[in-house]
Each structure stands twice: as structure tokens, then as C-alpha cells.
Design a protein around this ligand. Structure first.
Ligand code: HIF
Length: 282
């Protein structure tokens, strides 16, 4: 039986891990599938970042349950949790890569894909280490409701990220990832991108929050905010960052200082992906 099979405890096909797994080759394969004309803004990068975060963001420090270890999002009910709507796109995109490198676990692949995407889109280097195993079935799926609800405010954000072990500054740093990608009406019900450069990792999200003017969008969809052009959007949870007197100074700092944002984001996102992973400090 291959090493990975014995780790996951599942019978499955025999997969012999190479003596020295080439994660660089996996990263290269991920980079090769990122850019595709006709999908969203021309890149699968943002949805891969969302996959990595949703696979990890179910972690509960108190019970040690949830988190990226196990890659339980492959299974129902977790794959069908409302918060994960649309992420089959990202999981399916990675299937051929998993087939080409069968020795990597899904749990390592989902998180490595997020890290690789952030770096390829111009973001900081995110410390990442392998070591996650795949759960054999849905038994370890976390309960629904562990991921944040975008219609709520600062108290909810602190509760969700506090459960994972993050403080206020780390929460704001992580939030900068909404510089990437967009909301889809058929996934979350919300609509539109946060910035005009949704496939470039930068501090633009914080600049928009601070320097643009935001007002409630008049539409039949869920409450969200828009700028004057009507093209950019913020979720209620995004607005909470400038309405909360403890979050706001950190938003101001990152809007002015991209270097500090990159450094803090790299540390916080790395910590997120390590939560609950055996042998990785969390
Ligand atoms: Fe998101 N997030 N996120 N998010 N998110 C969406 C999309 C992305 C929240 C809600 C949403 C983080 C925190 C929170 C990304 C990355 C991160 C969408 C739209 C919603 C509703 C989904 C869709 O319709 O396709 C909430 C409430 C969060 C807590 C405050 C993280 C910090 C910002 C942890 C994070 O890294 C990315 C990337 C996307 C874009 C996905 C895409 O397909 O373009």
C-alpha cells in the first residue's frame, strides 16, 4: 500500500509517493491553467483562492475540527453548503492536475492552488508546507455555518475569525484578498467586483474602501454597496471594516502601505492554511 493510502486509511488504488515529491512541478501545472479567455475576468486565480480559504476557514480551534486537512469539501454535505456555491468550478479545474500528480493529496492541492494563484497574480510569497491527508468519506465534514455570512457585521466577523484564532489586525489583513475576483449572482446572490483590477493582487481593495464613496445599491438583490459608477461593490462585511473603530485604522494603514499589507497578509493567509494540519504550528 502506498504511503498516502496508509495515511488516509482508505483502501483505494495503490499510489506510491515519489522519494522527493516535486511540488514545483505541481505549482507549474496550476499556473498553466490559471489564464483562460472567457472565464470571468480571464483568470481562475480568484476562485482558486476562494477554494483554498473555504477549505481552511471551517476550522474550530476549540474542538480542533474543520480546516484544510482532510479536503472534506469533496463530499456532500460540505460541497453543498450555501457558502461553497460555485466552488465545484475550482475543484473540477484541479482534477486533471490531481490525475497527473496522484501522489499529492487533495487537501495539499487545494491549499497549494490558492497560494500559487496569489503569487502568480502578483501577491507576496505565502509560506506553505505539505502534510495534509485526505479524509476517506464525509464523516469529518464540518457542520454548515462555519463560514462567514456576508450580510452581517463586525461582531460576526470577529466571532468567525476568532473561532479560528485570528485577531483584529489579522482579520483586516486577510480581508485584502477581496481585491481579487468578483461576486456572482448565481453563487452568492451578490454581484460585481471589489476593484477594477480583480486579477492583480494589490492593496487596491483598501484604497477603494477608504477613498471611494459607497452607498447602498438599489436593487432587488441582497443588501450590498456600490460606488458612483455602479461597477464596484462592497459586501456588508467589507463595509464593517471601515465602520468599526478598531478595524478602520488598520484599513487606513494598508491603504497607504502596500508593503506592510503584503507582509501581514502572507503571514495571516499562511496561518489560515496551516490551521489543524498535523505538524504545522497554528
Ligand atoms: Fe470572500 N467572498 N468572504 N474571502 N472571496 C466572495 C468571493 C471571494 C466573504 C464573502 C464572499 C474572504 C473573506 C470573506 C475571496 C477570498 C476571501 C463572495 C462572492 C462572497 C459573498 C462569491 C461569489 O458569488 O462568487 C465573507 C463574508 C468573508 C469574511 C469577511 C477572505 C478574506 C478576504 C478570507 C478571503 O481570502 C475571493 C478570492 C473571492 C472571489 C471569488 C471569485 O470567484 O472571483
Amino acid at each position: 500500500t502506498g504511503l498516502l493510502d496508509s495515511l488516509s486509511g482508505s483502501p483505494g488504488p495503490v499510489i506510491t509517493a515519489p522519494a522527493k515529491p516535486d511540488y514545483g512541478a505541481v505549482r507549474k501545472a496550476i499556473e498553466d491553467v490559471l489564464d483562460v479567455d472567457g472565464y470571468d475576468d480571464g483568470s481562475y486565480g480568484p476562485v482558486l483562492v476562494r477554494l483554498a480559504w473555504h477549505s481552511a476557514g471551517t476550522y474550530d480551534k476549540a474542538s480542533g475540527t474543520g480546516g484544510s486537512n482532510g479536503a472534506t469539501m469533496r463530499f456532500a454535505p460540505e460541497s453543498e453548503h450555501g457558502a461553497n456555491a460555485g466552488l465545484a468550478v475550482a475543484r473540477n479545474l484541479l482534477e486533471p492536475i490531481k490525475a497527473k500528480f496522484p501522489w499529492i493529496t487533495y487537501a495539499d492541492l487545494y491549499t497549494l492552488a490558492g497560494v500559487t494563484a496569489i503569487e502568480a497574480m502578483g501577491g507576496p510569497t505565502i509560506p506553505w508546507a505539505p502534510g495534509r491527508s485526505d479524509a476517506p468519506d464525509s464523516t469529518a465534514c464540518p457542520p454548515d455555518g462555519r463560514l462567514p455570512d456576508a450580510s452581517l457585521g463586525a461582531a460576526h466577523i470577529r466571532e468567525i475569525f476568532g473561532r479560528m484564532g485570528f485577531n483584529d489586525r489579522e482579520i483586516v489583513a486577510l480581508s485584502g484578498a477581496h481585491t481579487l475576483g468578483r461576486c456572482h449572482a448565481d453563487r452568492s446572490g451578490f454581484l460585481g467586483p471589489w476593484t477594477n483590477a480583480p486579477t492583480t493582487f494589490s492593496n487596491l481593495y483598501f484604497q477603494e474602501l477608504v477613498n471611494n464613496k459607497w452607498r447602498k445599491k438599489r436593487w432587488s438583490g441582497p443588501v450590498q454597496y456600490e460606488d458612483k459608477s455602479g461597477e464596484l461593490m462592497m459586501l456588508p462585511t467589507d463595509m464593517a471594516l471601515i465602520w468599526d473603530r478598531k478595524f478602520k485604522p488598520v484599513v487606513d494603514e494598508y491603504a497607504k502601505d502596500e508593503e506592510t499589507f503584503f507582509k501581514d497578509f502572507a503571514a495571516a493567509f499562511s496561518k489560515l492554511l496551516a490551521l489543524g494540519v498535523p505538524g504545522q504550528a497554528a
